[in-house]
Design a binder for this molecule. Structure first.
Ligand SMILES: NC(=O)c1ccc[n+]([C@@H]2O[C@H](COP(=O)([O-])OP(=O)(O)OC[C@H]3O[C@@H](n4cnc5c(N)ncnc54)[C@H](OP(=O)(O)O)[C@@H]3O)[C@@H](O)[C@H]2O)c1
Length: 247
């Protein structure tokens, strides 16, 4: 995709991967706006305050962004929460509800808010964000995996429905990425954010935008079923369940 002279909204760009990606777009000379609840944490980027669990908040943010940037042509739906759940304890339902509200409904509502604008322009890019865990479950985070599998399936249908309109749809599928030093401590195998973004940027820079942005480290998860490693990898990933109470 063209990576210069674009106007990019990164919803869920106030920290982590979204903030890093937003800064890459900014450094490449694009106009960038980041959205989220905690916009006061962001320095050096235009922000819009929005909570993707609230339709009113999304609509207000959409109106604010399009009034200031009628040329908006890239929307990234990065907002997400990753929550551990103990399925022996029915109280996990609160985490499940939050996960679906942010990761699934938040993504769908954000896309809905900007699709008419992008269709009206007849060009643009929607980037959704799933996860390797959407393709290969991490059993400590059951609803998270389900939510990201949902984002993947939704993205496939969105792409089919927008085919021929000039609006392209791409799915970023991150592996474990350490966005803070603490995350690197917890999971030494996680990619460093800068190394991850280097790979993402090179993949995005290809002339034909890939349907899925797959850095090298996520391919073993994305294609585990095809490669016959799925059962073994899920078993390996299940080892962390021993950290739950009474296991
Ligand atoms: N890091 C990884 O290992 C990894 C791996 C695979 C996929 N991912 C996905 O990549 C995305 C970014 O993850 P990250 O690791 O960079 O996490 P992060 O640093 O926690 O960033 C999450 C972003 O989502 C936003 N968000 C959360 N709840 C929101 C809400 N109700 N309304 C609006 N925005 C909301 C946060 O903004 P506010 O708090 O300001 O609202 C923040 O900007 C997520 O979708 C995650 O599932 C991450």
């Amino acid at each position: 995709m063209k990576l210069g002279n674009r106007t990019v909204l990164v919803v869920g760009g106030t920290s982590g991967i979204g903030l890093g990606l937003a800064r890459r777009f900014q450094a490449a000379g694009n106009t960038v706006i980041v959205g989220g609840r905690n916009t006061d944490l962001v320095e050096g980027l235009e922000t819009v305050t929005m909570d993707v669990t609230s339709p009113d908040s999304i609509a207000a943010a959409r109106d604010e962004v399009l009034a200031a940037h009628p040329e908006l042509d890239v929307v990234v739906t990065m907002s997400g929460v990753m929550l551990i759940e103990d399925l022996w304890d029915p109280a996990h339902i609160a985490a499940a509800e939050t996960t679906i509200a942010v990761n699934v409904l938040g993504t769908i509502r954000t896309i809905d808010a900007f699709t008419p604008h992008l269709l009206g322009r007849g060009s643009g890019t929607i980037m959704t964000v799933s996860s390797g865990i959407g393709f290969l479950p991490f059993p400590l985070m059951p609803t998270y995996g389900a939510s990201k599998a949902a984002v993947h399936a939704y993205t496939e249908s969105l792409r089919a429905q927008l085919a021929g309109t000039g609006v392209e749809v791409t799915e970023l599928v991150p592996p474990a990425v350490a966005t803070t030093p603490k995350q690197k401590e917890l999971n030494p195998a996680a990619l460093d954010l800068d190394a991850f973004l280097d790979e993402v940027w090179a993949l995005l820079a290809q002339e034909a935008t890939p349907n899925e942005i797959l850095v090298e480290a996520v391919r073993q998860h994305r294609y585990a079923e095809r490669e016959g490693t799925y059962a073994e990898l899920v078993e390996r990933r299940s080892a962390s369940l021993k950290n739950l109470p009474n296991r």
